[in-house]
Design a protein around this ligand. Sequence first.
Ligand SMILES: Nc1ncnc2c1ncn2[C@@H]1O[C@H](COP(=O)(O)OP(=O)(O)OP(=O)(O)O)[C@@H](O)[C@H]1O
Ligand SMILES: [Mg+2]
Length: 479
Amino acid sequence: MARVNIEIPPPNPKQELFFKARARYINYGGARAGGKSWAMRTKFVLLASRYAGIQMLLLRRTLPELTENHVNPLLVMLKGVATYNVQEKVFKFPNGARLKLGYCKNEQDVLQYQGQAYDVIGLEEATLFTEFQFNCLRESNRSSGMMSEPFSPRMYLTCNPGGVGHHWVKRLFIDRAYKEKERPTDYVFIPARVYDNKVFMENDPDYVAQLESLPEKRRKMMLLGDWSSVEGAFFEEFTNNPDHYLDRQWTHVIDPFEPDPAWKIYRSFDFGYNKPFSVGWWAVDYDGVIYRILEWYGCTETDNEGLRIPPHKIFEEVARVEREHPWLKGKKISGVADPSIWDASRGESVAEAAGKHGIYFAKGDNERIAGWMQVHYRLAFDENGYPMMYIFSNCKAFIRTMPALQYDDHKVEDLDTDGEDHVADEVRYFCMTRPIKPRATKKLDEFAKNPMSVYLDVNKDDIKTVSRRPRMEIIDGDI
Ligand SMILES: Nc1ncnc2c1ncn2[C@@H]1O[C@H](COP(=O)(O)OP(=O)(O)OP(=O)(O)O)[C@@H](O)[C@H]1O
Ligand SMILES: [Mg+2]
């Protein structure tokens, strides 16, 4: 048979360690975008070409992730080398090696692999798998009997901190706290950092900047692969400090004040019937800072329970508030709302009902991750403690619900939608109408570090920033 060459770019030093590791459980993990998925699929291709008859299984949590992350790149890489059976999701190599790709969306999906035998199993994003799933798969990781030479079965894992499986992965690979019958030498951990991945750093510097501007704890997890900074609030940076309501530094919540009559006013909306709806009114100052000045949250006395008011009643009231409230009356108020309110499949859409009361909205941009990043960028304090978003202390629903939101266990950059996220969604739609850039990370003071500068240096306390709130660049204009 004709020889076929597969061109594989050189691995970075951490990927090389991953390729060379021979332990029973090899985990390449830590920060985002270090090149973990690339290393995983490349290792499987290398194993297939080296070992005739080897039987391998590569798993991710969901089918779309599997397709995007592995099936598509492998189809390109293995063109003319291996045949792919779409139904079975199996790559067959001419030497009898076999690579099956699968996903385990639900806890029990893993049972389909019970009783099977794979010489090698790969678990991508292992922290998104439960310990039960890991243990089931361990049982299937045994000699397939299809190989013509000796080979000790292995599992390869990749992961980022956080997720349902955070604790078992941390115990086995980070804390190395073993139970009886678990052999420490079986477990190898190779830490990954985005900075190891030179190709990616050059191709996508914006993504790296995005990681660098995440809130502190999340940044430590995603950029530095810190396993101790876990759990916690999605908006961990949100600060409500009554001592600073007046000076407006290092707090997002402030005392209400009458907005300058020339400031523009906006409205954001998330619809709910059984769940609460949320209306927020915003003022924007000359520096582009946004102030949540008023809100109406459709919730009963019970958290996350909707008022069950029909849309036309909601908008009758919204129209009345906008006619009568001293900060709103006479203003041209542009609105933005959840795009699903234009759904007319069950009769009149919510947007149409709004229109009948003279309340109009633009369709909100529902790109969730980008939207959450915009909320994070707005909440970030500058070096003087001034954010780009303030909340008037009368906006009780924002103050109650935003700090309670948690990260999603499965989608590590999203929030858990089981939480009370109606205010957050509406805030996200509004932030997406006027996106800003992340604050630049502070550069090291090279001047002060130079011993020659000692006599020339100025006492840091004597240096004051000219503008109270440096203006941030608005990439896009108004709604
Ligand atoms: N050695 C390499 N040579 C060329 N490109 C590489 C190499 N390693 C990684 N890449 C590329 O860098 C990008 C990021 O790599 P990859 O998706 O493997 O990172 P990851 O650690 O799995 O990221 P995430 O944390 O988001 O899952 C991809 O486009 C990948 O193809
Ligand atoms: Mg990956």
